[in-house]
Write a protein that binds this ligand. Structure first.
Ligand code: SAM
Length: 227
């Protein structure tokens, strides 16, 4: 039984994909997808032995050692050409780490068609990386789970690099169109937090706070722009 976040990630994996779940930890996503018959082949990559053995145990317990291969490797090094992987999931990490893994692995050079990414922070960096490396964002979802909000970004290999606007990078090209209740709540909360910080800076802070105030003012203007 997957959580809301992992369900939303699994839903983006097309039927019959050859999947690599990088930073798989418990291997919940590949196990679920094979168990439900949506895919027949997956790699569960992990860079740390502890999580890798968790993945191994989950795969064995589910009786799926023929379909899912656990591999100890850094990032996309878990993928071999013979695997013919077409879809990569990288979830539950910071945006910078996801970008580092993608930069090291160069998936656009090896023909990985689809990336499903769930950065838990710095989503803008991930969108920027995608556009710069010929991955076009095709879908986005946003889900709330236990006080956290998660954004899932799906991108597919395209002919050319794509330049996203600052707004699209920050809010997500699809999410800012859709303006779902979760999206609105996320940015309303950020806006209100910024207002509180600005009030504190104006009244209590020592020294020159003008730069911080200016940055927060700009961010809140951007947020107002997508309401
Ligand atoms: N993907 C799962 C999820 O979304 O629930 C697990 C997320 S867990 C917070 C992050 C995992 O990524 C950890 O198990 C960590 O060992 C792994 N990880 C971090 N950097 C990695 C890298 N360069 N290559 C492979 N795995 C990595």
């Amino acid at each position: 039984h997957l959580t809301k976040r992992l369900t939303a990630i699994a839903q983006q994996v097309p039927q019959g994909s050859r999947l690599a779940d990088i930073g798989s930890d418990h291997a919940l996503v590949p196990v679920h997808l094979v168990q439900t018959g949506q895919i027949q082949f997956a790699i569960a990559g992990e860079v740390i032995p502890g999580p890798l053995s968790r993945a191994k145990q989950a795969i064995e317990a589910a009786g799926l050692t023929q379909q899912i291969q656990p591999r100890l490797a850094n990032g996309l090094a878990a993928i071999r050409p013979a695997d013919q992987v077409d879809t990569v999931v990288i979830a539950g990490m910071g945006g910078q780490l996801i970008c580092d893994i993608l930069t090291a692995g160069q998936p656009h050079e090896t023909g990985i068609q689809r990336l499903i990414l769930e950065p838990n922070i710095q989503e803008d960096l991930v969108r920027q990386w995608l556009g710069a490396h010929r991955y076009q964002i095709k879908a986005e979802t946003i889900v709330a789970e236990e006080q956290h909000v998660y954004e899932i970004i799906v991108a597919e290999l395209a002919e050319q690099a794509i330049q996203y606007s600052p707004q699209a990078l920050k809010f997500g090209p699809y999410l800012m169109q859709e303006k779902s209740p979760v999206f609105r709540a996320k940015w309303r909360h950020r806006y209100d937090t910024n207002e509180k910080i600005m009030a504190n800076l104006r009244h209590n802070a020592r020294g020159d706070q003008s730069q911080k105030l200016a940055a927060l003012t700009v961010e809140n203007k951007m947020i107002q722009g997508v309401w």
